[in-house]
Design a protein around this ligand. Sequence first.
Ligand code: AMP
Length: 596
Amino acid sequence: MAVDSSLPSPLGPPACEKDAKALQFIEQTTRNADAVQETVLAEILSRNAETEYLRRYKLGGATDRKSFKSNLPVITYENLQPEIQRIANGDRSPILSAHPISEFLTSSGTSAGERKLMPTIQEEWDRRQSLYNLLMPVMNLCVPGLDQGKGLYFLFVKSESKTPGGLLARPVLTSYYKSEHFKTRPYDPYNVYTSPNEAILCPDSFQSMYTQMLCGLLERHQVLRLGAVFASGLLRAIHFLQLNWQQLAADIRTGTLNPKITDPELRGCMERKLKPEPELAEFVAEQCGEENWQGIITRIWPSTKYLDVIVTGAMAQYIPTLDYYSGGLPMACTMYASSECYFGLNLNPMCRPSEVSYTIMPNMAYFEFLPYEPNSVSLDPTRLVDMVDVVVGKEYELVITTYAGLYRYRVGDILRVTGFHNSAPQFHFVRRKNVLLSIDSDKTDEAELQLAVDNATKLVLEKLNASVVEYTSFADTKTIPGHYVIYWELLVKDSAESPNSESLSQCCLAMEESLNSVYRQCRVADNSIGPLEIRVVKSGTFEELMDYAISRGASINQYKVPRCVNFTPIMELLDSRVVSKHFSPSLPHWTPERRR
Ligand code: AMP
């Protein structure tokens, strides 16, 4: 689409010519949302007309919405498993996409305990980059002067593996940071990072974090914004500073680099930046040595105007802690994206976290919306509506059709319409379906938690003639890193043999071993989740919990034990009945290779 940057932008006066173009692009694309969607669908269907998938559904080359909607089923990842497996095993025929699958992006959503594999094509990077290119122009409308300093962002690459057929499988951001789009990005004064590429690309998470923090400290007066992808990541960085400030200050004082930084390229890069700076070292030691870390972010980085982190969805649980460390700095949630597809951006990024709405960009994919009905058992595909037809106030599940070959694919996110920007809808992210517990990028559902309890029972408790009568769970984010807490009420048949502390610790580990690979990766490789905790409660506690729910109006016939709790009075009741606490004694098993 040709963009006329000379037109005034309704979003506000752009900071520079490049921004003017980006803002005009947003205007034109959202104004013509329906036409853009029609074109996107026609492009996807025509280029992929000869794929095995589209031929199966007998579209016969049709590219219109009506044929598409009447011929193609609405699917989930599980429906696509056979096709994905064939591609992973090396079948290079055009199964889903006419363009070759360049790699798999590994989602933090799991299927049968392993990350979902999302096929992607090379060209998708241009589309994702086009969304990234809109973020700073929008931010510049809200925060002037961002070209006068830098961003301290904690960005990391994660491990990658190869499928049996030789395709790379790695998280979308790992792929992005390793791509030329990122590594050789043109200089943009509004988007300069303190972290050098060598630090971001270092696969060792300690060395990467250490050097990114060191760069942030060295350039503390230049830092205008501070961020990570998710809130949990930024808190992990603060915790890292708590653990490592003495060594960091020593490096700054002497101008010599911690010998634990062994990556040769990274060492070379850091040694060029370091020189003895005793005053700065003293300042860091003085600030970090204080017991009270309230407002530490603005004390160390006094020019910070906002935090750039996602605090919507599951990440909202971190807002109070981030407020504490930042002295209430604004938190900007800039974009909404996934491994499957990048969806849209927040056009009002300095709004309060509870008011964040993401505007879906119609050029990214073809979007449909399934009205959300929690209790419906069957899916009626005629109920799906197009982007321009969603109704303000209603909740929908997002369904996408992408250039890379996902057709009418249910992402699993529930969104509420808050309004429109021109004719593009804006959504509040309500939640991801079926997620019970989440600390970092992990997502544990009810079935996975049940399986973990069953396995711990089988492996440990049964031998002791004990069982779990009832249980519930809680994501404890007061500790850094956060951890899962499982409340157990036990039935002990032989009190002489009741499970001792060691057996209950083994139960914690057995549960962790059963949880999905994203959970275990967070525990083992990222250190972003702490050891799982079991709190044994007195016998009769769950009956009291039921009495409490009924006293608040729950129906006695329909009452079910909630498998996850976070309502303060319930937490207080449970905690007041705890008889013992147990933690996982070691790390569960995890390797980058998939189990299947
Ligand atoms: P992944 O497939 O691992 O890339 O995770 C993508 C998922 O993360 C999305 O489908 C959402 O559930 C969640 N997510 C991404 N961006 C946001 C956001 N801005 N706010 C809330 N949740 C988000």
